[in-house]
Structure formats: C-alpha cells, structure tokens
Ligand binder design. Sequence first.
Ligand code: SF4
Length: 447
Amino acid sequence: MNERDSEAVAAQLVAKGYSLAPAEGTADVVLLNTCSVRDAAEQKAIGKMHGLAAEVRRHRPNVVLGFMGCMAQSRGQALLDRLPDVDLVVGTQKFHRTAEYLDEIFSGKRNKICDVGEEEGSEATIREHILAGNARTRSVTAFVSIMQGCNQYCTFCIVPYTRGQERSRTIPDIVGECRELAARGVKEITLLGQIVTSYGKREIGVRDGRSAFVQLLEAVHEIEGLQRIRFTSPHPKGYGDDLVEAYGRLPKLCESAHIPVQSGSDRILKLMHRGYTRAGCLAIIQKLRRIQPRIGITTDIIVGFPGETENDFEATLSLAQEAEFDNAYIFKYSPRKDTPAATMPDQVPQEIKEERNQRLLNVVNEIGAGKYEAQVGKCVEILVEGPSRRNPARLQGRTRTNKIVVFEGSERQIGQLLDLKIHRTGSFTLYGDPAIVNLDIDNSLSQ
Ligand code: SF4
C-alpha cells in the first residue's frame, strides 16, 4: 500500500515538472512515507529523518523534508513540533495535495505545512502510475488502489485510525485505470486496499448473490490484454462462497490466496475482534483447495497478543500445521497507542514473544520448504517480471501461486508468460529452466 501511495505521489510530482532524483543526497525534496503498524517502523522513520536533517540539510539548507502516510496522520503537528527540520506533514487522505503544498513552500507563501484532515473522495485520487520504460526494467505488473480505510477495528490495529473509514472507488473508475495500465503493457494487476474483501459493501452492495468485490473482479477480468489478477489484503470473513467460486470461474484470477488468520485460538481471535473462528478459517482453506487444489495460501500471524497463554499459542501452532500454509508472515505483538489491546491486561513479556516467534517460524518454514521442494521437477507458468533482485544478470518471474522463480533468460522475455521446469529451490525461491519453450517465444524467434 505504501509503495503504491509513494508511486502515486512521485507521479503527481513528475507531472508537475519534477524529476526523480537518483539518490536522497541530490534531491530537492525528500518525503518519507511512513508506516504505523508497529512501533519499530515509526522509530525507524524518525531516526531516518534525523539522519537526513544532519546530512542532507547540512550541505543543502533549502531541501524540503517531509513525512507522509500513517505516522504523519497519527502524529500530525507533533512531528513539526518535535523535529524542527521537518517542513511538510501530509496525512493519508491528502497525498494528492503534495505538489500544491511543495509549491507553497518553495514560493515562500508558507513556511511549514501539516494537513491530516479528512477529505471526501480522496479514495479515488491514488491513480497515477510511473511505469518504467526501458526494455530491461519495464513494468509488467502494477498495483491499483480500490479503496481506503477499514471499519473492522481489530483491537491490535491502528489502521482504522490512520486510514479512516472504508471508502471505495467506483467499478468504472477502477476498470478505467486498469484498462489504461493494460494498454501500457501491464499484464498483471494487484487490487489493493486495507480490507479489499469489504470493497463497495455500502456503495455497491450484493447483486445476484455476488459481493461488490466479486463484481469488481469480474469487471477487471474482462479487460483485454490483462493476463493475471491478484488482490491484497483480504479479510478471512470476506471469503464467501461467491469469492471461493470465482477462483474456479475466472481464469485470470491467480491461484493464490492470503488468509490472515492472526491466531489459532478462538479465545484470542475474540479478544482481537477478528469476527471469525479457527474452524471457519480452516473451512475456507478447505473450500479453496477443493476448487483449486494447487492454490498457494499464505497468512499473517501475531504471537504474544495480550493474554495469549501457552495453550492459545499451541492452538496457533496446530493451526499452522493443519492449514499447511505456503508461507506465513509472523509478527510479535507490538502495542499501538490508543488501540484497545495496548491496555489489555496480561501483556506477554518480550522473551516469551521471541520464543514463540521462533517456534512458530520453525514450523511454518518447515512446511513452506516442503511445499517448495514439491515443485522440483514440475513445470510452472510464470510471468517474467524483470531482472532478479539478488542477481540482476538473471531474470525473475512469479508463478500463479505467487512463488518467485529465478532463471537464465533474455530481456525479450520480460512481460511474457513462460513455462519453466523447476530444478531446485532456495529459501522461498524456485530456480527453473525454460526447458519447455512456449508458443510466444517460438513466434518471436521466427520473426
Ligand atoms: S481488518 Fe486489517 S486493517 Fe482492518 S483493523 Fe483489522 S487488521 Fe487492521
């Protein structure tokens, strides 16, 4: 989400005549897009700003320094008061005003600006993209923001306070943006939101037994040239039969589902205000595997939520074993100011959180490694995205089940769907050979 917001702000500035600086040391404007989901992320952003003020500002006093995003939203004016080098604070509903505020600062009209207000219609303002243009780095995947905010109020989460109430864009508006991206060469779109499965609940509602989110998937699916659709982040409650059934019916919808279970203990799920049970989650996973047996399923889990006993934690361990996730993102509970869980009794000591984190990691890593091992010798379809992050001499792509595959290839294959044979695995990475040359390559070779 933050990557996408940053891209939209950068695109807005480029449209106004700014250009992207190769490094912060040469930039005239440095904006840090911030996350509030854990305290460590906030401390990192503040530390980074201190560093920028000391380094960049010392040599180039007119550089504009600013914060945007969730921490900007929650701390607002306090950031200007605490960090005198900061000029601009832009909240989560004000990203589209960044260029205007920079103009005011550069022209001397205003010295410092903090805007963290609410703004009607702001959910539809994250729409401009910067797509890399050259053959080696061209963008073949893109994120599209479909909604902002969340009404779920999980007791550990700060998002409803930093991103506001759920607000959804219209289907034609989103489809228009996706269509433009497809015309510019994008092959895969990830629909984005804090809780995408709640998309359009109030604005659009259920039609013919299909939730607004499924209606949106169907509309995006119609776009010519687009080959793959993904979405993040959903809520387990949102995997109704209509969505499960869409996985069997919409071929562009990739066989990949993120189901953030958070805990395997019903008692803890209730304290978290998640609105589902362990059995409910397992039933969804079962239904998804019935309709798409090879589907890749990932999850988020919090360990050490207030009141979590050894028994509760063991329920999480056993859920991870039963669900057999392809991968799991595990977080040690981090109290967030003004959220109900921060003041709940029986906060779990840090060393117990660390220990549970490690035990759970061992379990999910072992299961994940087995899932990746099982791919060896198999043929998989990947969308070739570009140079591998670790070794740019190689290319990387993603399977429909959302696994990264690295292989030796040529630039010409970027943007193509390619069949690869997997010959080995690394840590949550597959390595393949284009042993089976697909039709697209045959055609391009003969031209
Ligand atoms: S559903 Fe997700 S974004 Fe919304 S409050 Fe819960 S954890 Fe936060």
